[in-house]
Each structure stands twice: as structure tokens, then as C-alpha cells.
Design a protein around this ligand. Structure first.
Ligand SMILES: Cc1cc2nc3c(=O)[nH]c(=O)nc-3n(C[C@H](O)[C@H](O)[C@H](O)COP(=O)(O)OP(=O)(O)OC[C@H]3O[C@@H](n4cnc5c(N)ncnc54)[C@H](O)[C@@H]3O)c2cc1C
Length: 332
């Protein structure tokens, strides 16, 4: 390992034309180019390599258009996720993908990493919202892929190919995303306290098998909860091995019925306790604990390995209890 080598230069273009000029210059001089949004990505894709040029999108922060009739937004890549959500809300619209890094991370970075978030369990991930992209290819050519229309079935899905490509296929310079109508009303939250990860997994299987669709469904184990408590002194109870948080955003009275059904499934799966949280501040504190899990673990100074592992819901039953795993193993 040669260790970390600094970038040869950092450029902060404002326009697609400036990005294209930088990319073309890098191609001419055979310089590696690393696109960078807010640098919050967890796999280090925006880190400088060996004499590269870092192309930061921090000056490409314009929300170009919000179209209420077509329910879409067109943005430059450096627009921060929460800023797009706030701007869409002004038009009665909602941009769902909400990675826990949403106060800082950029839409360009979200597209390049196909970011998810708390509500992706019901509303999908970034890929489900990208309609069209403008991209500067490695040769410095500006191309447009995708569509603006609600339906688009013809041809190759080149916009989809770009999503999750982590800067390896080109620099994304403009993004057209689909929006949904703004949600109204307050969500209802159900919290389950479980003694084992397997029992919490069983609860997840039961909830989905019953056809329920929580708008957020998150698990926090004792390791994460302890890290968050030690850092932020939230006072959340640490006696259960696992907390399962479910939220429903249906309109009333369906929300009450769905929350009651989730509660029943938590109890059927063996929760030592399952409670409704009617207090929005308390519910926010619980979901904040989930959002703070990564930085809280980092605060402990331990080396952290983050994995994005998926498995079929039914396989949870074969997981070992959290208490038998390494104290540093976590299920974020
Ligand atoms: C506290 C925290 C919580 C998180 N929570 C979640 C979560 O709940 N769900 C989830 O899915 N992810 C989560 N993440 C990871 C999330 O994917 C990233 O935070 C975010 O998507 C990266 O955006 P960024 O602007 O910081 O991009 P960067 O980190 O700057 O870049 C990420 C990658 O995208 C590339 N890239 C950036 N901009 C462009 C561009 N314009 N064109 C081409 N390539 C580009 C970079 O080269 C790099 O490979 C979290 C991260 C943190 C730190």
C-alpha cells in the first residue's frame, strides 16, 4: 500500500460546459478524475486517488425546475437532498429518497450510490425516482439519457445504468427526478422490544406476510443504541437486545388499523413489549437514533466495517441472537 496520496487539483465547476472541459482535459493528460458531492458516501468512492483531479459539485446547486403538472424536478448534481425536499414541499410535492445523510448529501451523490433511506421500504430507492440524466462521458462528451414523461418503455434504460455507478461511467451534471404528492397528517409509530434478532426478524416476516406496508421499518440493536445513548444521551431503553420501529403514514382511520395490526404481529413474534408512540417528538427521537447509528459508532473510535447485506425475509429465522455475536457486530 502506498498510503493516501493527495489530489493534484480540486476543481469546482458551475456548469455542464465547465465539467466537460475538465473531463476533456483529464482525458488528454491521462489524469484520473474523481467526482465528489458532499463526501458522505460510506465506501470512500469520493476519496482522492494518486494525483487525481477531484471534481467537486459544490457550486452546482441550482434547482432548475419544479414542474407540478408533470410532478418532476430538474436539479444540478450538487443540490443537497433536504433542500430538494424543502423546495418540492413548497409546490405540494415530495421527493421520497431520504438517506440518513440527507442534510448534507447531494442528489448527484445519491444517484451515483443509488441511496435509499428510511422510507424506501414503501416508496423505493433513488433508482425508482430518476427519470433522466445529463452526463459528461469520460471523453468529455455531453449526453442525455432517460425521459421526462411518466411512461417510458422504449429502448435501453441508460439512466438506470448510470444509477449506482459511483462515478465510474461519467459525471452526472443534471438530474430529472419524479416527485410524489406531499404526504399530509402525522405518522403513527409502533415500537417492539425483542430479546433476540431472530424474533425481531420473525416480526418483519409476519408484518409483510400479512400485507401490511409500513412507511418506515427499521431495526436497531443494542450495540447501536448504546453507542447513540453514550454520544447523545438520548435515554432510550437499552434492556432489549433489539428495537424494531415501524411507522405507518396511511390516512386515518386506516393508519390506526395498520398500527394495531403491526402491534399484534410484534406480540405474536414474541416481543417482550410492543408500544404505540403517539407523541411525534418521541417517535422522531427513536428514528433519530437509527439515523445517528453510523456517526455514533464512529464516535467510539472503533474500526467500523459497513456492509449493505440483503437476505430473503424468511432467512431471519436462522440468524443467531445478537448477544452471541461479536460485541462489535451490528445490524445497521
Ligand atoms: C451518516 C450517514 C448516513 C447514511 N445513511 C444512508 C441511508 O440511510 N441509506 C443509504 O442508502 N445511504 C446512506 N448513506 C450513504 C449515502 O449513500 C451517501 O451519504 C450519499 O448518497 C452520498 O452522497 P454525497 O453527495 O455525499 O456523495 P459522495 O460521497 O461525494 O460521492 C459518492 C459517490 O458518488 C460519486 N459521485 C458524486 N457525485 C457525482 C456526480 N455528480 N456524478 C458522478 N458521480 C458522482 C462519487 O465519485 C462517489 O463514488 C449514509 C451516509 C452517512 C455518512
Amino acid at each position: 500500500m502506498g498510503g493516501v496520496r493527495p489530489a493534484a487539483a480540486v476543481v469546482r465547476p458551475r456548469s455542464t460546459a465547465e465539467v466537460a472541459a475538465v473531463v476533456a482535459a483529464c482525458a488528454r493528460h491521462a489524469r484520473p478524475l474523481v467526482p465528489r458531492g458532499a463526501g458522505t458516501g460510506l465506501s470512500g468512492g469520493a476519496n482522492a486517488v494518486d494525483g487525481c483531479v477531484v471534481l467537486s459539485t459544490e457550486r452546482m446547486r441550482e434547482i432548475v425546475e419544479i414542474d407540478e403538472a408533470e410532478r418532476l424536478a430538474v436539479v444540478q448534481p450538487g443540490v443537497v437532498n433536504d433542500d430538494l425536499r424543502a423546495a418540492a414541499a413548497q409546490h405540494g410535492l415530495w421527493y421520497p429518497p431520504d438517506p440518513a445523510s440527507s442534510p448534507w448529501s447531494t442528489i448527484g451523490g445519491n444517484v451515483a450510490t443509488n441511496a435509499g433511506g428510511l422510507c424506501c421500504v414503501k416508496y423505493g430507492v433513488t433508482r425508482d425516482y430518476v427519470l433522466a440524466l445529463e452526463v459528461v462521458t469520460a471523453a468529455g462528451e455531453v449526453v442525455r439519457v432517460g425521459r421526462r414523461t411518466a411512461k417510458g418503455v422504449a429502448g435501453y434504460d441508460l439512466a438506470g445504468l448510470m444509477v449506482g455507478s459511483e462515478g465510474t461511467l461519467g459525471v452526472i451534471t443534471e438530474i430529472t427526478v419524479r416527485l410524489r404528492p406531499l404526504r399530509t397528517g402525522s405518522p403513527r409509530t409502533v415500537v417492539g422490544f425483542f430479546d433476540t434478532l431472530a424474533a425481531a426478524g420473525d416480526a418483519v416476516s409476519r408484518v409483510t406476510a400479512r400485507g401490511l406496508q409500513p412507511s418506515a421499518f427499521e431495526l436497531i440493536d443494542r450495540v447501536c443504541l448504546h453507542a447513540v445513548n453514550s454520544w447523545k444521551h438520548t435515554g432510550l431503553p437499552e434492556d432489549a437486545a433489539v428495537l424494531l420501529l415501524a411507522q405507518t403514514d396511511l390516512p386515518e382511520p386506516a393508519a390506526e388499523q395498520e398500527a394495531a395490526a403491526i402491534h399484534a404481529e410484534f406480540e405474536a413474534a414474541g416481543a417482550r413489549e410492543a408500544v404505540f408512540s403517539t407523541d411525534a417528538t418521541e417517535a422522531d427521537a427513536l428514528f433519530d437514533a437509527r439515523r445517528l447509528a453510523y456517526p455514533a459508532l464512529e464516535q467510539r473510535g472503533d474500526a467500523i466495517l459497513t456492509e449493505d447485506v440483503c437476505l430473503p425475509r424468511g432467512r431471519w429465522r436462522r440468524c443467531s441472537p445478537v448477544s452471541r455475536r461479536s460485541p462489535h457486530a451490528t445490524t445497521c
